[in-house]
Every structure is written in C-alpha cells, then in structure tokens.
Design a protein around this ligand. Structure first.
Ligand code: ADP
Ligand code: MG
Length: 337
C-alpha cells in the first residue's frame, strides 16, 4: 500500500533537467546551477495545530508547499526542488488524490520538482522541504536592515487572520489552527476571498526574486507583522516605525468587523505570507518597478530607525501615538507563544 502510494506520487512529479535522479532510490541526485548558492527551508503542518482534519485536502496540500515556498521567496531565492514527508493515519485514496492535486498545482505553477520524501503511518502531518537557488550576495537576510531604510509590505495584511477571527463557516471547518485560535463563531459567513487567503496563501516568489540586490532585509509574514518585523529589528539591531493607517487592506477586509479588530488582524494576525522588506529610500522607484514586474502590489508602511536601547517595533496611529493590539487580540493571534 505504501509502495502504491509512492508510485502514485512519483507518477505525478514533474521532471526537471537538473534532477539527475528523483523519487525511487535511497536519495535524490540534484545538479545545482554553477555558482549558485543552495537555499533550504523546512516547515511541518500538523493536523489539529496548523490545520483541522476536516479542512479541504487540496488546501492542505497547497499550503504545506506554499509556506515553504514563501520562505524561499523571503530569501530572494528561485525554487527548484522539494521533498514531502507524509504521516497518515490511513490511506484514503480520494483524500490523498485531492491533497496531491493541491500540492502539485502549486509545485507545477512554479516549476518545482518533487524529488523525494517519506511515507509513514501515524498522526496526520505533512513535512515539506523546499530547495532553491540564489546568486551569492543576493539573498535577502533578516539582519540587513539599515537605519533610514523605507519599510514595505506586499499585498494586503490581515485577511487570513480575519477569516480565522470570524470563526467557522459552512461548509466544513474553517482552517489551519482554527480550533485553537478562535472559538466557533455564531455561524458568520466568512467572505470567500478572506477564506481563500487563509487556505491557499500565495508565495511571493516573483517579487522576492525581483528584490534581490535591491531590498536590504526581508521576511515573510507568517506569525504577524509585529512579530515578524520584530525578527528583522532584532537581527539587524534597529527599530521600526509603522504607520497603522498605511497598512494595506483588501476591500473584503475593509467591509469586515470593527476597526479595532481590523487593526489587530492587520498588525498582529498571522498566515498572510506577504513579504515585509526594507530598502534604501532612494530605491523607492526601483522597488515600485520590481513590484510592477512581479505583478504584486507593494506599500510603504514606515521606516527603520536607530534602536533606542533594545530593538522594537512601534505602531503609530494617525496622531503620532503608539498603538498596540488589544491584549486579547494579541494573544489570540499569537498561539505559538
Ligand atoms: P527508504 O527506505 O530508502 O527511506 P522509502 O520506501 O521511504 O525508502 O522511499 C522510497 C523512495 O520513494 C525514495 O526515493 C523516497 O524519497 C521516495 N518517497 C517516499 N515517500 C515519498 C513521498 N511522500 N513523496 C515523495 N517521495 C517519496
Ligand atoms: Mg523512507
């Protein structure tokens, strides 16, 4: 049964010229491009922690790869290969077929070849390793922000957190970690756009690639802007000032909830998988051009300043006052801490 499953997976794996040997041997043989640095990232999605058992399997497969490709995007890397380790309580053919549909839809869209993995019986869990390449010196690191840099974010923020915060919606359970983060809502119908942002995040690979050699520091927003921008500040030894009013919101988000909730979702909600990056102020035009080429909206949301004593992120409301998400909201969106 395990071999049948591996054969099924193998039959769907895309071929690439730089895969000398793919699925089927003890290990894969890959031929990186000359002079490129390899970029490797791993993330695990566990049922009941990162998604609910009842989530659409195609969305689970998509997201397991998407969160890894988002990490490669945040490094400015071009993705090439991946592995998939599956722990399954049982083999449900239809469920697995849908899972693979979602996984390969995203893999094929970016020319990523599945070159190996592992298949075991156990609690439902997916572990993906994504491998990409980047030219030496062009990787976008967290420790490269400089005082005076402009601070930018791609896409819109808060959509996924709003979908979670608004609770479950028919049909079926809402999504990753919903059971942990949000009590079941009173049957609020969540906007399909917001729900899609939660279930099928878009890794910003074209933008990440276009920012190589242009942006200074970069991170993908997985745990929330405050937390992730905080990582850039800590690694770079700087502070950041964010204008709350500048945070990009989708039309669907603007139609949703009250203002305090929206602010909390935007500033502290996770699962956006947008890129947050810094660049020299003179580079603003080039950043806008790179975003246009990548077909992604980017918004300047603040600036990098010298750290007082400890690096920190300040959220400024319209009148120049500091704002922080409500305690409840903050904890609500920080299930990991
Ligand atoms: P081994 O005992 O050497 O670990 P396995 O039976 O686990 O061999 O795997 C056989 C081959 O199938 C290997 O090439 C492995 O990388 C691949 N493989 C196993 N499970 C998966 C999976 N879920 N996705 C992709 N490749 C897989
Ligand atoms: Mg194995």
């Amino acid at each position: 049964m395990e071999f049948d499953l591996i054969a099924r997976i193998r039959s769907r794996a895309r071929r690439r010229g730089d895969v000398v040997l793919g699925i089927g041997d003890d290990a894969a043989l890959l031929a990186p491009a000359t002079g490129q640095v390899l970029v490797v990232s791993t993330d695990t999605l566990n049922a009941g922690v990162h998604f609910a058992d009842g989530d659409p399997p195609a969305a689970i497969g998509w997201k397991a790869l998407a969160v890894n490709l988002s990490d490669l995007a945040a490094m400015g890397a071009s993705p090439a290969w991946c592995t998939l380790s599956l722990s399954l309580p049982e083999v449900d053919d239809e469920w697995i077929a849908a899972l693979l549909d979602g996984f390969f839809e995203l893999a094929d869209a970016h020319g990523v070849a599945l070159v190996g993995g592992d298949t075991t019986r156990g609690p439902l869990s997916l572990c993906v390793t994504a491998i990409g390449q980047v030219a030496p010196g062009r990787a976008l690191r967290r420790d490269a922000a400089r005082v005076g840099d402009g601070l930018w974010v791609s896409g819109t923020l808060g959509d996924a957190a709003a979908a979670l915060g608004l609770g479950r919606t028919a049909p079926g359970p809402l999504a990753p970690a919903a059971r942990h983060r949000a009590p079941a809502g009173p049957g609020v119908a969540v906007d399909p756009f917001l729900r899609g942002r939660l279930l099928r995040p878009t890794p910003r690979l074209a933008l990440g690639g276009a920012l190589g050699g242009l942006a200074h520091a970069c991170i993908d927003v997985s745990d929330g802007l405050l937390a992730d921008l905080g990582h850039i500040c800590a690694a770079s030894g700087v502070s950041a000032e964010v204008e709350l009013a500048a945070l990009p919101a989708s039309p669907a988000l603007r139609d949703t909830g009250d203002e305090v909730s929206r602010r909390s979702w935007q500033a502290a909600g996770g699962d956006d998988y947008e890129l947050c990056f810094t660049a020299a102020p003179e580079a603003a035009g080039a950043v806008a051009a790179a975003a246009a080429t990548a077909g992604v909206q980017v918004t300047r949301i603040g600036r990098i300043v010298a750290a007082d004593q400890v690096p920190r992120v300040r959220l400024l409301d319209g009148s120049g006052h500091d704002w922080s998400p409500s305690r409840r909201g903050y904890e609500h969106f920080h299930p990991h801490t």
